[in-house]
Design a protein around this ligand. Structure first.
Ligand SMILES: *[C@@H]1O[C@H](CO)[C@@H](O)[C@H](O)[C@H]1NC(C)=O
Ligand SMILES: *[C@@H]1O[C@H](CO)[C@@H](O)[C@H](O)[C@H]1NC(C)=O
Length: 212
């Protein structure tokens, strides 16, 4: 009898616990700062269908830039309905000669689908610096494991369009060249930590907008 009571009690605690955690959605309240778990939820009374729809990927971004490429994110900051759901997407447009230089997404793996043109994708493993590179055509997928350095290059003479989905509503994006050369880290430290010479570092800083 005592055992049965204990069982019922623990069952009801379990049920109460799982019930309490059920929430249909948590649309981001972009007026409040985000934390490691994402944004706070907007009041349900203020949620509309538009929060679950994103139209910003209809067109590609502007590829008239140093990398001849545009990455248009649909992460939680742009698409509040994704908050807390553990997934997101971005559109990638690569003009001929375009490249998304070595970069990482600290928060998620990436699954890339080519929908137009061709693309050379590659990543480097962290344990042996093994390189995995492949040319993709329309309809092909490539997965880039979480946190690993990777790149995408236009594979031919025409514009390439691809969509990348992520296992996080905020996968993050850090482009290695920008991290090294687009800020004010003193050149002497950049040279020391990259083994590049002063002329190379100064040149890259001037091209990418860094100083120091
Ligand atoms: C809903 O949005 C309006 C306008 O942004 C705001 O003034 C109001 O406080 C919000 N309601 C709730 C319950 O958060
Ligand atoms: C694209 O960016 C370039 C360089 O910033 C700019 O000159 C051009 O007007 C932009 N094109 C469009 C369509 O916005």
């Amino acid at each position: 009898m005592q055992n049965l009571t204990a069982l019922l009690l623990s069952l009801s605690i379990l049920l109460a616990t799982s019930h309490a955690s059920v929430q249909d959605f948590c649309v981001a309240d972009l007026t409040l700062p985000a934390g490691p778990a994402g944004y706070s939820c907007k009041s349900a009374a203020n949620v509309t269908a538009a929060d679950f729809v994103f139209t910003g990927l209809r067109k590609g971004g502007n590829t008239t830039n140093i990398i001849s490429a545009a990455v248009t994110p649909a992460f939680d900051a742009q698409y509040p309905g994704l908050n807390g759901l553990g997934l997101s997407i971005a559109r990638l447009d690569l003009a001929p000669g375009g490249v998304v230089p070595f970069h990482t997404h600290p928060g998620a793996s990436e699954l890339l689908l080519v929908v137009q043109g061709t693309l050379v994708g590659g990543f480097v493993s962290s344990f042996s610096n093994q390189v995995y590179v492949k040319k993709l055509v329309k309809g092909d997928l490539m997965v880039f494991p979480q946190g690993l350095l990777h790149f995408q290059i236009n594979g031919g003479g025409t514009t390439t369009v691809a969509f990348a989905s992520f296992g996080s509503a905020n996968p993050g994006l850090q482009i290695t060249d920008f991290a090294l050369f687009a800020n004010n880290l003193p050149s002497v430290l950049v040279e020391k930590t990259t083994f590049l010479d002063d002329a190379q570092v100064k040149k890259l800083k001037s091209v990418l907008g860094g100083s120091g």
